[in-house]
Ligand binder design. Structure first.
Ligand code: 5GP
Ligand code: MG
Ligand code: MG
Length: 179
């Protein structure tokens, strides 16, 4: 698996350090409140797990699975709910945890959905952002790292469901895509 990686963009240590910083910022933001932290599956599951461990306020957690890519590396623009939330968001302070924002289509769909369900507040934390890919005008409240316009894998992010368990984020060798 490591042999398929052309270049590591962000090391495990850099990610862990940044996650601790984000956790501290979010703990301050939500002081005195109990946010509902929503993990957008599958890509955000590792980030979510590391992040909630360094948030010091009480949190509730829920999970939602959406799909906008299929097996391709470009967004189809169509967002499908694979698994909806288990709990109502009405009146809740919602923190959406995303792995990466590219076009912004997935997130804008999710924000509209949760607004429609009358969340009290909606805040987004994304570990990675690729602003060059944006087709809708949207920014996360908290961003871990800004990345170049390249398809990346690792730390939860897949290519054809593989590479999610790499502890760092990197770019695949070009021959992997042509197989
Ligand atoms: P968007 O709707 O913003 O274009 O894309 C959002 C979702 O597409 C992300 O949450 C992620 O699951 C997937 N995605 C976007 N860029 C990348 C990338 O560089 N690598 C991987 N593995 N997935 C990505
Ligand atoms: Mg995602
Ligand atoms: Mg994917």
């Amino acid at each position: 698996m490591q042999n398929d990686i052309q270049e590591i963009l962000i090391s495990e240590e850099e990610i862990q350090q940044r996650v601790r910083e984000l956790g501290a910022q979010l703990s301050a933001e939500y002081a005195g409140r109990t946010p509902l932290v929503i993990c957008v599956l599958k890509g955000a599951f590792i980030f979510m797990a590391d992040l909630v461990k360094v948030i010091t306020v009480p949190v509730e957690m829920d999970f939602m699975a959406v799909s906008s890519y299929g097996a391709s590396t470009k967004s189809s623009g169509i967002v499908k709910i694979i698994k909806d939330l288990d709990v109502p968001v009405e009146g809740r302070d919602v923190l959406i945890v995303e792995d990466i924002i590219d076009s912004g289509l997935t997130l804008s769909y999710l924000i509209e959905l949760l607004q429609g369900r009358n969340a009290a507040s909606i805040c987004v934390v994304t570990l990675f952002d690729k602003p060059a890919g944006r087709t809708v005008n949207l920014e996360a409240s908290y961003t871990g790292f800004v990345l170049p316009d390249e398809f990346v894998v690792g730390y939860g992010l897949d290519y054809a469901e593989l590479y999610r368990n790499l502890p760092y984020v990197g770019v695949l060798k070009p021959e992997i895509y042509s197989n």
